[in-house]
Write a protein that binds this ligand. Structure first.
Ligand SMILES: [Zn+2]
Length: 324
């Protein structure tokens, strides 16, 4: 019998990665584990170093945009801190959901029942389906566009098709020079697993151009440790374009024949090995180019390459072979 591995043994066995570039690092957190900062005027953002939410202080109370459970009670503390510093109301009167996912909305129920929740109609449908008491469904919904005017502030909500999730929306603050778009671009960082766990890859790839069509200076992407700029969105676009080009090259340059020769009686073994070979060939030049440029490019590019490859094959039909 072997004794169970200790935490130290596991940590020692974990791989090392390239250092996080300084350009990817945001402000330090306080003792309670959060940072709250001004985006512009009365628009603020809150982070725990991994997740981000935002809020507007208005004459009619605070409008909260997302409530990630990892920030949790620190959202309340951040709102209280800013409200008392500025002598404005700390009462959260509205909560806008960016999309239905629990990791961005799972602290919604911390806010009392008097809060009015607003979201896309698909967010409501999905939250009613998923029936999670931590995320009450929005009572107020919209289909394509909705302008909120709350306490003299203007917020433009728009749904422009599925991308990361079927219900992910653009939240534009025209009077604060800011755009909030969650789980598409992680400013300074590579996307996490399979394009930030995205469901619709053509929609995911198209989203940054839609974001850049809006006028804004400050980008609230929902992750990781800092706000973004237009350059961050452009760099992400370039990264995704390089993945696209590299995947297309890999799909036509790696010959499937030997995989099916070796595993002639086990097509799944052949497909698995072929997917790995395509992914490795597609990822290698992108990892090389972006290590030191985008944080965690060496951690996550392979996973995103795999998912883009499947979309290029299955959504776009690229390199599809029709048996004669
Ligand atoms: Zn999400």
């Amino acid at each position: 019998m072997t004794s169970p591995a200790s935490g130290t043994d596991i940590a020692t066995a974990l791989p090392d990665y390239a250092p996080v570039p300084r350009s990817a690092v945001g402000p330090a957190l306080n003792d309670q584990g959060y940072y709250v900062g001004r985006v512009e005027r009365n628009l603020y953002w809150v982070t725990d170093g991994s997740y981000q939410s935002a809020f507007l202080t208005t004459k009619d109370g605070v409008v909260l945009f997302d409530a990630p459970p990892s920030i949790g009670g620190n959202i309340r503390r951040a709102v209280d801190e800013i409200a008392s510093a500025n002598g404005v109301s700390n009462k959260v009167t509205y909560l806008v959901y960016s999309h239905h996912h629990a990791d961005h909305g799972g602290a919604s129920s911390l806010f009392d029942k008097n809060v009015i929740r607003i979201g896309h109609e698909e967010t409501r449908r999905l939250l009613l389906r998923d029936n999670d008491p931590a995320r009450p469904a929005p009572e107020e919904t919209f289909a394509d566009r909705r302008t909120l005017k709350i306490g003299g502030e203007r917020i433009e909500l728009a749904w422009r098709g599925p991308n990361h999730s079927p219900d992910n929306i653009y939240i534009h603050f025209p009077d604060h020079d800011a755009l909030m778009l969650i789980d598409i671009v992680n400013s300074g960082w590579a996307p996490i697993s399979i394009c930030n766990l995205s469901e619709d890859i053509p929609g995911y790839v198209a989203a940054p151009a839609i974001a850049l069509d809006y006028p804004w200076k400050h980008f609230i992407g929902g992750h990781v440790t800092r706000l973004g700029t237009r350059d961050d969105v452009t760099l992400h676009q370039q990264y995704m374009a390089d993945i696209d080009a590299s995947v297309r090259k890999a799909l036509v340059s790696v010959d499937p024949t030997p995989f099916f020769q070796k595993y002639w009686d086990n097509p799944w073994a052949a497909v698995s090995a072929l997917f790995d070979a395509w992914t490795d060939a597609g990822a290698a030049p992108v990892i090389e180019k972006y290590t030191g440029v985008l944080a965690a490019a060496d951690v996550y590019t392979r996973s995103t390459v795999f998912w883009v490859m499947e979309s290029i094959r299955l959504d776009l039909g690229y390199a599809s072979y029709v048996h004669p």
